[in-house]
Design a protein around this ligand. Sequence first.
Ligand code: TMP
Ligand code: ASP
Length: 236
Amino acid sequence: MEKSELLYEGKAKKLFAVAGDESKIIAEFKDDLTAFNAQKKSSETGKGALNNEISTIIFKKLEENGIETHFVENLSEIEMLVERVEIIPIEVVVRNVATGSLVKRLGIEDGKVLSPILVEFYYKDDDLGDPIITDDHATMMELASSEELEVLKAKARKVNEILLPFFKEKNLRLIDFKLEFGRDRDGKILLADEVSPDSCRFWDINSGEKLDKDRFRHGIGGIKVAYEEVRNRILG
Ligand code: TMP
Ligand code: ASP
């Protein structure tokens, strides 16, 4: 499996073409950390490897439970081979508990259990700061068809149903998370990007301690130790 040209560099990953195989790409997980649309930046040695490892475990778990993902195989500590997909520019956020931007936007009490849970769409556009959008915005902008939006919502809910008990068993509360999806050559929708402490919020079930990127967002520190704790718990 030979890495060829750099196709794209995002805030947390680099994507490379694969020599001789147009259907795959290699995702390289970076140690860089950003928050608030990259207004806050840092780096944490070993973070990329941890996110690669954690995402691998979660993609495998989801595949076992009928969610198709772009994951193919792990190539190294920081490299994952994935199916090449056309990313749908919508960030799908699932919320079980109110925190973060939801609390800021609507004044809901931080930590309130949400019933029913929320599934939200954000337009993936850094220049605009990833604004929240409605289904009508998404179809008007031709980001996805209304049928695809229903598929995104259904898949996001199913991911939540699989991951909630999985993490609960590890003494982790899955507070909320962000998913990205892509279309393969046949138009089939696959879960893409990553599922890691960069893209999810986890609180320890007993202490409520934050074990995710909020430690960076809020300057709490101990980022690597927290990500290692998540890795160790889901391996255990
Ligand atoms: P929010 O409360 O800041 O909107 O975040 C909701 C969830 O989405 C949380 O688990 C963190 C994740 N997230 C990302 O993965 N990338 C982002 O750019 C943002 C803003 C949030
Ligand atoms: N990933 C986003 C950024 O870099 C925001 C976040 O996760 O808080 O800026």
